[in-house]
Design a protein around this ligand. Structure first.
Ligand code: PMP
Length: 399
C-alpha cells in the first residue's frame, strides 16, 4: 500500500477557507472583510509608486542573480535597523544589533523561533490571548510549549492590562514573550506608551526574553511613533528579538520581504549570535531571495523614493483611519442602538467588532459580507463604495 495511506487531512486554514467561499459567491455586492491585506479605495492591492520606480531602475540595470550572503545584503539589513531602532540609535552605533533578511515576517519569526530553541530549549513561549493565529503553530512547530497571556478585554474593547501584568509576573525567567509591536492582530487594541514602559520593567525584573513582532510599522501613527515599543526595549539594556515584515507597509506581500533582528549585550556577542542565526538560515533555505529586499533597500536608500514611500504609507494609514471613522458614523446613521465608537480608537488593519459567530454567519448569508467567525474585520477592505452597505449589514444583524 502507499506510504501515505494513513495520512490524515490537516485542518483547513480558516481565513483561506473564507477566501474560497468568497470567490464562489456570485453576488456582486459581496465584500471580503476576512483577509489581512490592504486594499485601496478601488478594492485593489496597490503597487506603490516608489516601489515601481525602484523596480524599473533595477530592471534597466539588469543585475546578475548570484547568491546573496546567508544573512542578506548589508544595505538591506542596515535599512531595516534604521527603521526599527532609528538611525541615531546607540545600540546600532555599539554594534549590539544583528539583522538577517528573512522570508517575510513569518520567516523572521521562524528563524527566531528555531534559534531560540537552540539557545534555550526548556523555555516556554507566551503569546497574547488572542493572537495572530500562526504564532502558536509556528512556535509549537519549533518545539516549544506555547501558552497565552491575558491581553484583550472584550468589555472595554481595549487591553486587559492588569490581567496581562499579572500573567507576565507569573512567568519563569527565560520565558519568551511574544509582543505585537503595534497594530495588534486581530484585536486592533494597542498598549499606551506608559503601559509599554511598565511591560519593559516587568521583563527586566523577571528576566524574560521579549520577541517583538513588527508587521505593521507605519500603519498606526507613523514610522517612528509605531516603533515606540522597540525604542523602549532598546533603552532598557535588555536583549531581545524583533521580526519585521514589509508585506503591508511596502505592499509587497508575495515577494516575502522581512527580517529578524536580535539585540545583544555587546559587539562581540553580536558576532557569535549572528554566526548561529546564519547556521539556522543555512540549514533552512541557505540564503534569501533577491528581488523584494532589493526594492525595499533601494527605496529606503534614496532620499526621493523614501519621501515618496512615506507619503504613500501615510496615504494608506489615513485611508484606514477614514474607514474606521466612516464605519462608526455610517453605523450610527442607521439608527443602530449599539455603540461602535471603539472601532475608531483601535489601530492598524483590524478590529474585533464584538460581532458573534452567529452574526458573522448572518452577514455572510444575508449580505455576502465575509468576516472571521471571531468577529475580526479588516478595515482596509472597506472603501467609499461598500462602507454604507457594510454598516447597514452590521446594524441589521445586531438589531
Ligand atoms: N505577524 C503578524 C502579527 C501578522 O499579522 C502577519 C501577517 N498577517 C505576520 C506576522 C506575517 O507577515 P508576512 O506576511 O510578512 O509573513
Amino acid at each position: 500500500s502507499s506510504i501515505f495511506a494513513a495520512v490524515e487531512m490537516a485542518p483547513r486554514d480558516p481565513i483561506l477557507g473564507l477566501n474560497e467561499a468568497f470567490n464562489g459567491d456570485a453576488r456582486d455586492t459581496k465584500v471580503n472583510l476576512g483577509v489581512g491585506v490592504y486594499f485601496d479605495d478601488n478594492g485593489k492591492i496597490p503597487l506603490l509608486a516608489a516601489v515601481k520606480a525602484a523596480e524599473e531602475t533595477r530592471l534597466k540595470a539588469a543585475p546578475p542573480r548570484g547568491y546573496q550572503p546567508i544573512e542578506g545584503p548589508a544595505a538591506y539589513n542596515t535599512a531595516v535597523q534604521n527603521l526599527l531602532f532609528g538611525k541615531d540609535s546607540d545600540l546600532l552605533a555599539a554594534g549590539r544589533v544583528i539583522t538577517a533578511q528573512a522570508i517575510g515576517g513569518t520567516g523572521a519569526l521562524k528563524i527566531g523561533a528555531d534559534y531560540l530553541k537552540r539557545l534555550n530549549p526548556e523555555a516556554k513561549v507566551y503569546i497574547s490571548n488572542p493572537s495572530w493565529e500562526n504564532h502558536r503553530a509556528l512556535f509549537e512547530a519549533a518545539g516549544f510549549i506555547v501558552e497565552d497571556y491575558a491581553y484583550y478585554d472584550a468589555g472595554t474593547r481595549g487591553v486587559n492590562f492588569a490581567g496581562m501584568k499579572a500573567d507576565l509576573n507569573k512567568m519563569a525567567p527565560g520565558s519568551v514573550v511574544l509582543l505585537h509591536a503595534c497594530c495588534h492582530n486581530p484585536t486592533g487594541a494597542d498598549m499606551s506608551d506608559a503601559q509599554w514602559a511598565e511591560v519593559v520593567g516587568i521583563c527586566q525584573e523577571r528576566g524574560l526574553v521579549p520577541f517583538l513582532d513588527m508587521a505593521y510599522q507605519g500603519f498606526a501613527d507613523g514610522i517612528d511613533a509605531d516603533a515606540v515599543a522597540i525604542r523602549a526595549f532598546s533603552a532598557s539594556g535588555l536583549q531581545f528579538f524583533a521580526s519585521s515584515s514589509f508585506s503591508k507597509n511596502f505592499s509587497l506581500y508575495g515577494e516575502r520581504v522581512g527580517a529578524l533582528s536580535v539585540v545583544t549585550a555587546s559587539k562581540e556577542e553580536s558576532a557569535r549570535v549572528l554566526s548561529q542565526v546564519k547556521r539556522v538560515i543555512r540549514t533552512n533555505y541557505s540564503n534569501p531571495p533577491i528581488h523584494g529586499g532589493a526594492l525595499v533597500a533601494a527605496v529606503l536608500a534614496s532620499g526621493e523614493l523614501r519621501a515618496q514611500w512615506e507619503t504613500e504609507l501615510a496615504g494608506m494609514r489615513d485611508r484606514i483611519r477614514a474607514m474606521r471613522a466612516g464605519l462608526v458614523d455610517a453605523i450610527k446613521a442607521t439608527g443602530c442602538a449599539q455603540d461602535f465608537s471603539f472601532v475608531a480608537q483601535q489601530r492598524g488593519m483590524f478590529s474585533y467588532t464584538g460581532l458573534t459567530a452567529a452574526q458573522v454567519e448572518r452577514m455572510k448569508e444575508e449580505f455576502g459580507i465575509y468576516a472571521v467567525s471571531t468577529g475580526r474585520i479588516c478595515l482596509a477592505a472597506l472603501n467609499t463604495k461598500n462602507l454604507d452597505y457594510v454598516a447597514k449589514a452590521i446594524a441589521a444583524v445586531t438589531k
